[in-house]
Design a protein around this ligand. Sequence first.
Ligand SMILES: NC(=O)c1ccc[n+]([C@@H]2O[C@H](COP(=O)([O-])OP(=O)(O)OC[C@H]3O[C@@H](n4cnc5c(N)ncnc54)[C@H](O)[C@@H]3O)[C@@H](O)[C@H]2O)c1
Ligand SMILES: O=C(O)C(=O)C[C@@H](O)[C@H](O)[C@H](O)COP(=O)(O)O
Ligand SMILES: [Zn+2]
Length: 371
Amino acid sequence: MNEPVRIEVGGDRPYEVVVGEHLLGELAGMLTGAQRVLIVHPGALTASAEQVRADLEEHGFEVATAEVPEAEEAKTAQVAAFCWGVLGQAGFTRSDAVVGLGGGATTDLAGFVAATWLRGVRVVHVPTTLLAMVDAAVGGKTGINTAEGKNLVGAFHPPGGVLCDLVALESLPVHDRVAGLAEVVKAGFIADPEILTLVEAHADALRAPELTADVRPVLRELVERAVRVKADVVSRDLRESGLREVLNYGHTFGHAIEQVERFRWRHGAAVAVGMVFAAELARLAGRLDEATVARHRSVLAALGLPTTYAADQWDRLLTAMRRDKKTRGDLLRFVVLDGVARPSRLEGPDPTLLAAAYAEIAADRGSARAL
Ligand SMILES: NC(=O)c1ccc[n+]([C@@H]2O[C@H](COP(=O)([O-])OP(=O)(O)OC[C@H]3O[C@@H](n4cnc5c(N)ncnc54)[C@H](O)[C@@H]3O)[C@@H](O)[C@H]2O)c1
Ligand SMILES: O=C(O)C(=O)C[C@@H](O)[C@H](O)[C@H](O)COP(=O)(O)O
Ligand SMILES: [Zn+2]
């Protein structure tokens, strides 16, 4: 078994992202000082939550659990209120802590609950999907959705630590693994081209139903590289005053797809299409070469991720994009690339340019598909 790798995330309250295998023994140390711990988890991870509970009780913590709905169904005000109720009933104080155990939807919710309970208590994340390991659990963006859109309510609330136990990926359905790879590819395009080379070389094994022994080290390297990209960005700009926006590459259009599809598309699948849209937009604006746009399509398609979307949804997509957090007044703002690892901004693109980029990714209803 390899030694865990520890990646430090800087800022006012630095913390570690630990990447390795069988990391449960590390959790109690990240909760030192707390008396009570709430484990927030989806039903799919009840058995893991019980293991975590047993371990923490052995270390003397009083443990409560909150089972929350799967996936995006968890990111609602009602589910947050349910968690606040559990915290209140169990008498959680400011020195107590929340553990987010699950995918990005669970860690977004658990982080939000921790950010808001008593105006902020410690949260430690134990991400169990690839996407949550490489992205959602790191960096302190927490949030829930409203009827009007994705992540419209939230807070910046960095965790006290993150445990990326790669063993969890063994039980993760392949479509969720592939969805997580979309955010890995994002990290490649915005900052670390070696990620793209690795994905291109191992795409078939990375998207195979079962993880094989030869691809596990590749996956681990991808996790470490993507976490380093994220850690570097959020260490320098926690509150998204500028630099952090690069992590939103592909998300303006991607979040709009999620909203139009009422969250039946996985986040990673929507972001995959969103990156192709952003690449086409940059090309049409004279900023990005055709080869790099083609590379977007080829690397994402090699993983089995979608690169097209229904041709008849422009008005709804545009309405959703206007609610993107990068929008300022009526000014739509996109993260685009001037080249691989050269992220930049495109502000207030001409409507004809946006429509032209949409035409490049548009497909018949039947052929545009989620994972
Ligand atoms: N805060 C951030 O910076 C950030 C970054 C990226 C994405 N996100 C958010 O993350 C969410 C997507 O996260 P996701 O892709 O992890 O999906 P998810 O959290 O919706 O999980 C997908 C499904 O996999 C199940 N699952 C989780 N771990 C499992 C395991 N080890 N074995 C079997 N099943 C498992 C979950 O219970 C769920 O049903 C979106 O809401 C997105 O907005 C947040
Ligand atoms: O950490 C960030 O910053 C990101 O933008 C990472 C994204 O992958 C993630 O989906 C994030 O939740 C999007 O945030 P939002 O501010 O666009 O809601
Ligand atoms: Zn994302």
